[in-house]
Design a protein. Structure first.
Length: 51
């Protein structure tokens, strides 16, 4: 079964969005503090792939 480019783009955008949300949630916790630039990079890449 082949996946169309549109379907693949949607899958990638959804996956990247979930990754961003996960890292944002981790950043809010007191246990781990990620570099803000890392999350910003993820957000920039998400905006590129967002449909």
């Amino acid at each position: 079964m082949m996946i169309s480019d549109d379907e693949l783009s949607k899958i990638l955008a959804d996956t990247l969005n979930q990754t961003i949300l996960t890292f944002e949630n981790i950043q809010r916790s007191d246990e781990v503090n990620f570099d803000e630039s890392f999350t910003n990079t993820l957000i920039e890449k998400y905006e590129i792939y967002h449909i």
